[in-house]
Design a protein around this ligand. Structure first.
Ligand SMILES: *Cc1c(COP(=O)(O)O)cnc(C)c1O
Length: 489
């Protein structure tokens, strides 16, 4: 309501910037200048194209046909837990009762939304073996930052502000060290061993060296090579004994859902990329959510407000004196969390277990079928994803990028390429847990066919893709200097 005369300032909890709304609509003569200030009022009319409905419909239909998504074929992007996202969840998340609520509505008027958060918190605690969750963080990386800010608050509150060293394995996702630095920690890298797991002796020596300053460890399990860290108990015990806390990067939880729980493996704080593991299509930069779960010892520092239940009523609690404060406006990406809730209820415990088993079985199936034709960093069973190297093909003149582009010609989305950094010419495959055996065979057959082409007809691989409207964009330039505007006529 931007029209009118009389201004209403909502009565808001402490620390929230007041929003100013105007009541008593005077639609005839809205006084924008008085409201916004002379210098902010636009003077030029909006330059909108004048198009008919069919023109617009064709434009978007044609654009979508040039795109490749999960609805077109296998989508093998690794480290993203690319999973089945039921269409029903989109429908539920667009119900007017959810979409038309406003974050500044009084608690009594949004009891249903608050109840959903409250119940989802209990479910995620149960799934992860944690004691409480916050829903504020916007994505995984934001969850990391929030989680290690909690670790920092814990050490400061316990009289140890000098604990500022964060151990991070060299196989970690790049966001881990970035988050640690942003939160004010010094990163000490831990090496990987021959078997693709953390080198436990290297970790032991780094803990010894930094014992008095150790703040904690950030670990991903299964790690970004798709390998389960078998020494996780020894690692968490060592770090706890040295006074540190342990962060679980939950981006790969799809692999272990309902099999083991981060809380039982000794982790104190965990983030979930619910846009990866619990519905909501990932990729393309849409909204996500990175709920953070903690053990009892970190509960006092959680961001505020928290959703609490008092006398059968749900309420946002702001009175949390040790809280690190807010990390994001309002309570987080509500509609994304809603889809998480749908995913958990829709699957039930048995369905979630099936999802992790399907993810692991599918990855191992493709890996077994193709591993002899590619150099593999580790020839052990994998979890939900696996990594191969294009080194042998590179020697024959075809890079990993060439092979990834060739896959597009065969109707599938390429895997993640050149990650993790510790593997040369890496290709990281993560087949969705719902892919049929027919589709898994299609992926495996395609990779074997491409390996043959590298031997017999390398040009066709080097010049791929052949059937797409765009072939090989300059990806760095596209990311750093995007053109986001139609050229002016
Ligand atoms: C995706 C991912 C992240 C970052 O999560 P975002 O939701 O993309 O911010 C962190 N760690 C791992 C292992 C990941 O795969």
């Amino acid at each position: 309501m931007l029209f009118g005369k009389e201004e209403l300032v909502f009565d808001l909890p402490e620390n929230e910037a007041p929003i100013r709304l105007m009541a008593e609509c005077d639609v005839e003569k809205p006084d924008f200048k008085a409201y916004y200030g002379e210098d902010r009022v636009r003077h030029l009319p909006l330059n909108l194209p004048n198009l008919s409905e069919p023109q617009v419909a064709r434009h978007y239909t044609n654009m979508s046909a040039r795109n490749f998504g999960n609805d077109n074929g296998p989508y093998l992007l690794g480290s993203c837990t690319m999973k089945y996202n039921p269409k029903l969840h989109e429908k539920l998340a667009s119900l007017a009762g959810f979409t038309s609520t406003h974050p500044y509505q009084a608690d009594e008027t949004v009891q249903g939304n608050l109840q959903l958060y409250y119940e989802l918190e209990k479910q995620l605690c149960d799934v992860c073996g944690m004691d409480a969750f916050t829903f504020q963080p916007a994505a995984g990386a934001h969850g990391e930052l929030t989680g290690i800010m909690l670790i920092k608050a814990y050490h400061e509150d316990h009289g140890h502000p000098e604990r500022n060293i964060m151990l991070i394995p060299d196989s970690a996702h790049g966001t881990n060290p970035a988050s640690a630095v942003m939160a004010g920690f010094k990163v000490v890298e831990v090496a990987s061993a021959e078997n693709g797991q953390v080198d436990i002796e290297d970790m032991r020596s780094k803990i010894e060296k930094h014992r008095d300053q150790l703040a904690g460890l950030m670990l991903t399990n299964p790690n970004t090579l798709g390998i389960f860290e078998e020494q996780v108990d020894a690692m968490t015990t060592m770090v706890h004994d040295a006074g540190g806390l342990i962060y679980y990067d939950g981006a790969n939880i799809n692999a272990i859902l309902m099999q083991v729980r981060p809380g039982d493996m000794g982790f104190d704080v965990v983030h979930l990329n619910v846009h990866k593991s619990f519905s909501t299509p990932h990729g393309g930069g849409g909204p996500g959510a990175g709920p953070v779960g903690v053990k009892e010892c970190l509960v006092p520092y959680l961001p505020k407000p928290r959703v609490l239940k008092k006398d059968d009523k749900y309420a946002l609690e702001y009175n949390l004196p040790k809280s690190i404060g807010k990390v994001r406006a309002f309570t987080g990406s509500f509609l994304v969390c809603l889809k998480t809730y749908c995913y958990i209820l829709g699957n039930g415990a048995e369905g979630l277990k099936n999802a992790s088993e399907g993810a692991v079985a599918n990855a191992n199936y493709i890996f077994r079928r193709i591993k002899d034709r590619f150099k593999v960093p580790h020839d052990n069973p994998v979890m939900h994803e696996f990594v191969i190297s294009g080194d042998w093909q590179k020697e024959k003149g075809c890079s990993t990028m060439d092979m990834a582009k060739r896959m597009i010609d065969y109707g599938m989305h390429p895997p993640t390429v050149y990650f993790p950094l510790i593997v040369h010419e890496a290709m990281m495959f993560e087949p969705t847990e719902t892919e049929t055996k027919e589709n898994l065979d299609l992926v495996a057959d395609t990779m074997l066919k491409i390996a043959d082409e590298v031997e017999n007809n390398p040009e066709v691989v080097q010049s791929a893709p052949h059937n797409t409207p765009v072939g090989r964009p300059d990806e760095v330039k596209a990311a750093r200097e995007p053109i986001l505007k139609y050229p002016e006529k």
